[in-house]
Design a protein around this ligand. Sequence first.
Ligand SMILES: NC(=O)N[C@@H](CC(=O)O)C(=O)O
Ligand SMILES: [Zn+2]
Ligand SMILES: [Zn+2]
Length: 343
Amino acid sequence: MQSITITAPDDWHIHLRDAEALERTVGDAAQQFARAIIMPNLVPPVMNAQQAMAYKARIQAHVPEGKAFEPLMVLYLTDNTTTDDIKAAKAAGVVACKLYPAGATTNSDSGVTDVQKLYPVLAAMAEQDVKLLVHGEVTDNHIDIFDREAVFIERTLAPLLKSVSGLKVVLEHITTANAVDFVKAQDSNIAATITAHHLLFNRNHMLAGGIRPHYYCLPILKRGDHQQALIQAATSGNAKFFLGTDSAPHATHKKEAACGCAGAYTANAALSLYAQAFEDANALDKLEGFASYYGPDFYGLPRNSHTVTLIKQPWQQPEQLSLGDSTLTPLLAGQTLNWALQA
Ligand SMILES: NC(=O)N[C@@H](CC(=O)O)C(=O)O
Ligand SMILES: [Zn+2]
Ligand SMILES: [Zn+2]
């Protein structure tokens, strides 16, 4: 049987939510990954060190017996974040802050309305070596949803990088050739995460032959040529591109709705999905760098010392998974996945 053994991977962008969701989300994440960057878009958001540490403890309480899983905590930047918040966060072990342009995505209403006003806070982050993680989309109604990432890069990210020096920035869940080209052209302080679903799918999967809400996430799936650029970047061995699932649970009834929520749940099958994408690109030998080396290297953390093995053994992605009192539909529900994580 074909198999591949790699250094244990980490997830550099995941949504675990809170309360009764944690049993599902933490269980799945800990099965697949040794560490994860925990997104702070709770309601209300994780805005200070104290909230981050309390959230971390709630996550840790749900790590299954016998599993080691380290949540890496992130603050949610608002118009009111101060340089003192950054110092306190750093002292508490928070590794990054997340910039959500207000209104850009799920639970981003408290996000930043004017990024320039935040430059002093970003400068404090650079000084303290707290990373900036960015949801890179503009929110203007008149900008086409398929162009929002490219416009954000030009209009917001490029000036930000020129104005705040020394800041380490991850452009999260990139979806376009524009983002790939931009990140490649910057110095080593700028990197990007790529999801499994943006490697495996393009907007045809979501829209041709019927509208498929479980493929709807933000930034939205783009044209096939953008997908090809992402595959090329992820499998190139360029250390600026690394794994971030953006696994984001929403109850099934909230996705299969007249106004469905944005987010794809991939945590329970993350490594199977990435292995498929890399195999399809004939690049399984590049999976370890992408999944297990470049993330910790960028964050200045040690690589994991244990390994995991993936075997080519078909299994069926469940139709539904429990999520507290509700159910969620994972990506590719009911379909056969070729790669399995060895227990
Ligand atoms: N990616 C998504 O479509 N949704 C994420 C938010 C985000 O990462 O933008 C969520 O929290 O549901
Ligand atoms: Zn996002
Ligand atoms: Zn996300």
